[in-house]
Design a protein around this ligand. Structure first.
Ligand code: SF4
Ligand code: SF4
Length: 447
């Protein structure tokens, strides 16, 4: 195993970290598929309201790529197909039957896996609706299959404060994970398993990991790993997949059924018992929250503290996400904040004495100020794990100088959100870079 040290990044001492305890929930009454959070797709619906579906029935495919299919996370009746502005498909809600039926897919035996044709394997993953679990760098898009990719990175965590721990979601599923890794090795010989250091990982995972990365958030990210290890330009187009998603792939291929199990973290200062929850894909947030949120005004952030997005309490888990943070959402302005030393403020800035406070601090859902002009403090560059100078990159994007932005390395950006988090001028640098990268993707890759 190789060891890599990532120098930059930032560890946020956030209160409400999840324990390693795993709680199980009863099945919810409804589940949903949320297409709007899957990037670079244009859904073509295969169902309508009041249709009956099984677990794994086709819900929609991509208009430009019919082999890119998305399947139902539950069996029951399609209750609502919700469109947003400009008829963007936002959500498909399914009211579950008491007895759920599964679609049956062909399964692969342990012995057949090592000799099976790669194209056949790709076709099975695509047909089974799980091709979107694999993403391609540098744009994080769902890859086109044009033959073997230069490599696949399996990420076992990024040190995000509220992400699921492999020691929890792999518990009792060692065989399944090994099967999934063997399947990925049929796609390319170059599969690396990247384990962040200090991770309470099971022994078998330590044996399987090819690299250990140490450092601060987001040291285990696939893009960060690649930035510090790539040896030729071809590797820029490496694919990656999250450790928990390897289990889903394996379940589909080995057992021949669409997998719906998800180990999700419910964490944050407004959760009574932050922990891991065994639930299912597309579960309602209100179903997870019944487990123990504190009364009061709070905000759900789905997908991690730095990279997640806000969802209303009646929202659902989306296809890729496995973390739900519940944050206080007190909208009252803090009185006399200027005259307080700020011993409990979660911050990167040395302006507050809390930089010396090692104890966990409450992160909330407020901006704590308004956007101002860049003051050139350099905090964003200090934390950027891939050596971008975000304070210059975002200015080139704003004035439309994309060639300059490319020279600043925006293709290396891993969209970790740190630059936005530390910026004292409240400039959402990460979002500006993300939007510019999405525009570049449409120009450079999408056909
Ligand atoms: S530019 Fe910002 S979002 Fe992109 S990698 Fe650097 S810190 Fe992260
Ligand atoms: S952190 Fe914000 S204010 Fe400081 S240099 Fe970067 S963009 Fe400018």
């Amino acid at each position: 195993m190789k060891f890599i040290r990532i120098q930059k990044g930032f560890d946020l001492h956030a209160a409400g970290r999840p324990s390693l305890e795993l709680q199980r929930l009863e099945a919810p009454e409804t589940v949903a598929f949320i297409p709007k959070h899957i990037r670079f797709i244009k859904p073509r619906l295969a169902i309508k309201e009041k249709d009956s579906v099984k677990v794994g029935s086709l819900l929609f495919s991509d208009k430009h790529r019919p082999d890119l299919k998305f399947r139902s996370p539950g069996a029951g009746i399609v209750e609502t197909v919700h469109f947003g502005p400009r008829r963007i498909l936002e959500a498909i809600v399914i009211r579950l039957d008491s007895e759920e039926e599964d679609e049956i897919f062909s399964s692969i035996s342990e012995a057949a896996l090592d000799t099976m044709d790669t194209k056949d394997l790709v076709a099975r993953i695509q047909e089974g609706g799980l091709w979107a679990l694999i993403r391609e760098l540098p744009f994080k898009n769902i890859p086109f299959y044009h033959g073997k990719p230069p490599g696949i990175i399996v990420t076992m965590g990024t040190k995000e404060p509220f992400e699921p721990e492999p020691s929890v979601y792999l518990r009792g599923r060692e065989d399944l994970f090994q099967f999934g890794i063997r399947a990925l090795k049929r796609l390319t010989a170059n599969v690396v398993v990247v384990l962040p250091s200090g991770n309470d990982a099971p022994d078998f995972l330590h044996k399987m990991a090819t690299h250990t990365v140490s450092g601060k958030y987001p040291c285990g990210d696939a893009g960060v790993f690649l930035y510090w290890t790539k040896t030729d330009l071809d590797q820029k187009r490496n694919w990656y997949i999250h450790g928990q998603d390897v289990l889903l792939l394996a379940r589909l291929l080995r057992d021949g059924r669409y997998p719906i199990e998800r180990t999700v973290v419910l964490a944050g200062p407004d959760v009574k018992h932050p922990c891991h929850i065994e639930t299912r894909m597309g579960a309602p947030l209100s179903h997870l929250a019944q487990f123990g949120t504190i009364n009061g005004d709070h905000r759900f952030v789905v997908g991690g503290l730095f990279t997640g997005y806000p969802e209303p309490g009646n929202g659902y888990l989306s296809f890729h996400e496995t973390a739900v943070a519940v944050l206080p959402n007190d909208k009252k302005a803090e009185r006399f904040a200027l005259f307080k030393p700020g011993y409990h403020k979660p911050t990167y800035s040395r302006a507050f004495i809390s930089r010396l406070n090692p104890s966990p601090m409450t992160v909330d859902g407020r901006y704590h100020g308004e956007e101002r002009a860049c003051i050139g403090c350099g905090y964003c560059a200090n934390v950027c794990p891939v050596d971008i100078l975000p304070q210059f990159a975002f200015k080139t994007i704003i004035i439309g100088e994309m060639e300059e932005a490319l020279k600043h390395g925006i293709l290396d950006c891993v969209e970790c959100g740190l630059c936005s988090h530390v910026c004292p001028s409240k400039i959402d640098l990460a979002q500006i870079l993300k939007t510019a990268r999405a525009d570049l993707y449409k120009e450079m890759v999408h056909r």
